[in-house]
Design a protein around this ligand. Sequence first.
Ligand code: XMP
Length: 210
Amino acid sequence: MSRLILALDVYERGKALEIAECTADYLWAVKVNWPLIIGSGLGILTELKQVTGLPIIADLKLADIPNTNRLIARKVFEAGADYIIAHGFTGEDSVKAVMELGKTIIVVEMSHPGAKEFIQPATDKLIKMVNELEPFGIIAPATRPERVGYIRSKLKPGIKVITPGVGAQGGKAKDVLKAGADYVIVGRTIYQSENPRESARSIFEELEVV
Ligand code: XMP
């Protein structure tokens, strides 16, 4: 099974469906973020699932009070999302509100430079909460394989480690898998390439040999 997740951060419905369809052979799942939902509407979740037959991850990074997280998550799961990404820093009650409705992935550290300011100092506490709640998985930064290794070492076995930041943000797929990631998320390197299928195939093959 593939360990590659496509981050499909385009606005247009047609373009999204075309890229998803031509890369699907090399993916485990398709991740949809706000750009595509704003550009094409929530219906794109089901359309992507029909076209690819793959799980759909809604990367909303939910970060609200429990009631609002619940109101949003309910509609997004109903629309076809198989997983929702939520922030953990809002606390256990907000995270549980999403987990009660479906499979959830919690951000414990982010891949961009600014993540060092506020999120990284809180990572240990976020890992502790995650180990108690046992969501499907967590998000860790592919841009810092040493942090992926550290987070993996502190996590309960079975909780999946999912890592964005490969390619455009500088992370290397092989390094992050060796550090303990279960899946890598790749966006621009695939959807902005001249040949998205070929780009997806090449990353897929790189991941196979680790
Ligand atoms: P690129 O184009 O950089 O896209 O390959 C990466 C995708 O992943 C999202 N992203 C993150 N999501 N925590 C997250 O939950 C992170 O640290 C993080 N870094 C990147 C990004 O929004 C895009 O969809």
